[in-house]
Ligand binder design. Structure first.
Ligand SMILES: [Zn+2]
Length: 272
C-alpha cells in the first residue's frame, strides 16, 4: 500500500523536540510504512517558508517520501498580522506561491472555535487569500472549524477557485453540495472517533474521485493512538475505518486518495 498524506505539519517543533531521532528519523520511518508522498502545509509566513525549505530538502531524496508544500495564513495566524502589514504579508505569500514545490494556497479559512471576536477580520483575510489563489491559479486548502455557514458562503463568492476541505467536519449535506461544485473532501483521524457520526456519514457520500486522506500531523491522531503525536505512519488506521464506512478495502482507499491528491496538486501520479 502507498499513501499520500495530503496534509501534515512536519515543520512543527514538537517533531524535532519529542520524536526520538527528530523529524528526519520520523520521515524515514513513515517511508518504510508506505507513505511515499507528503504535502507539508503552511499556516503562517514562517511555516510556509519552512514547508518549502523542507520540500526542497526532502523531495527526491532516497529513503524519504516525495515532498510538496502549500503556502498561506491559517485563520488564527492571519489574526496576528497587523492590519497595516496585510498587503506586504500577502505579497510575500504570493511570491512563495511561485516556488516550484508550492502546489496550493493554504491552509486558509475560518476558525470560530478558537476565536469568537474577530470574525470580520478572519473573513477578510480568507477572502483576500482566495483572490490570491485565483490570481496565481492554485488550488486552496480550507480550514473550517465551527464556521461551516460562512465558509460555504465565502467559497460560493469565488466560483473560479477550487481545492480541498481539509479534515472535514461539516454535514453530509454540505459535503454533497461542495462535491457537486468539484471540491475535494479530506478525512483525518476524527473519522475513526466513536462519537463522529456526522463525519462518518459525510465520508460515506463523497464521490470516489474527490476523496482525500490526511493526518494533519501532529494533530488529530486516529484511534488507537489518541493522545500521542500524530504522524503519517498512522494513516493505515484512518484508511481502514474509511474503507469500512465506504464498503471497500484499505488498499482501494490508499490508491484512490493517492491518485486524487496527485490530481488536485498537479503532480504526476507516480510513486518514488
Ligand atoms: Zn493543518
Amino acid at each position: 500500500m502507498q499513501f499520500f498524506d495530503s496534509h501534515a505539519h512536519y515543520d512543527d517543533r514538537r517533531f524535532s523536540n519529542e520524536y526520538p531521532g527528530g523529524v528526519d528519523a520520523l520521515l524515514q520511518y513513515i517511508c518504510t510504512q508506505g507513505v511515499t508522498r507528503v504535502c507539508n502545509v503552511g499556516a503562517s509566513l514562517r511555516s510556509s517558508m519552512e514547508s518549502l525549505a523542507m520540500a526542497d530538502y526532502y523531495d527526491g531524496r532516497i529513503g524519504y517520501p516525495r515532498f510538496c508544500a502549500s503556502v498561506g495564513l491559517h485563520p488564527c495566524d492571519a489574526l496576528e498580522v497587523p492590519e497595516m502589514m496585510t498587503a506586504d504579508v500577502l505579497d510575500e505569500i504570493r511570491s512563495l506561491a511561485g516556488h516550484a514545490k508550492a502546489v496550493a494556497i493554504g491552509e486558509i479559512g475560518l476558525d470560530y472555535h478558537w476565536d469568537e471576536e474577530h470574525h470580520d477580520r478572519q473573513k477578510a483575510m480568507f477572502d483576500m487569500q482566495l483572490s490570491l489563489a485565483e490570481e496565481v491559479k492554485k488550488p486552496v486548502i480550507i480550514h473550517d472549524r465551527d464556521a461551516h455557514g460562512d465558509t460555504f458562503d465565502i467559497l460560493a463568492a469565488h466560483p473560479n477557485v477550487t481545492g480541498i476541505l481539509h479534515s472535514y467536519s461539516g454535514s453530509p449535506e454540505m459535503a454533497r453540495q461542495l462535491a457537486d461544485k468539484g471540491w475535494y473532501i479530506s478525512f483525518s483521524g476524527p473519522v475513526t472517533y466513536k462519537n463522529a457520526a456526522k463525519v462518518k456519514d459525510a465520508c460515506a457520500i463523497v464521490p470516489e474521485d474527490l476523496l482525500l486522506l490526511e493526518t494533519d500531523a501532529p494533530y488529530l491522531p486516529p484511534v488507537p493512538h489518541r493522545g500521542k503525536l500524530n504522524h503519517s505512519g498512522y494513516l493505515v488506521h484512518t484508511a481502514a475505518v474509511m474503507a469500512e464506512i465506504r464498503g471497500t478495502t484499505p488498499e482501494a482507499i490508499a490508491e484512490t486518495t493517492y491518485r486524487n491528491a496527485c490530481r488536485i496538486f498537479g503532480l504526476p501520479s507516480l510513486s518514488q
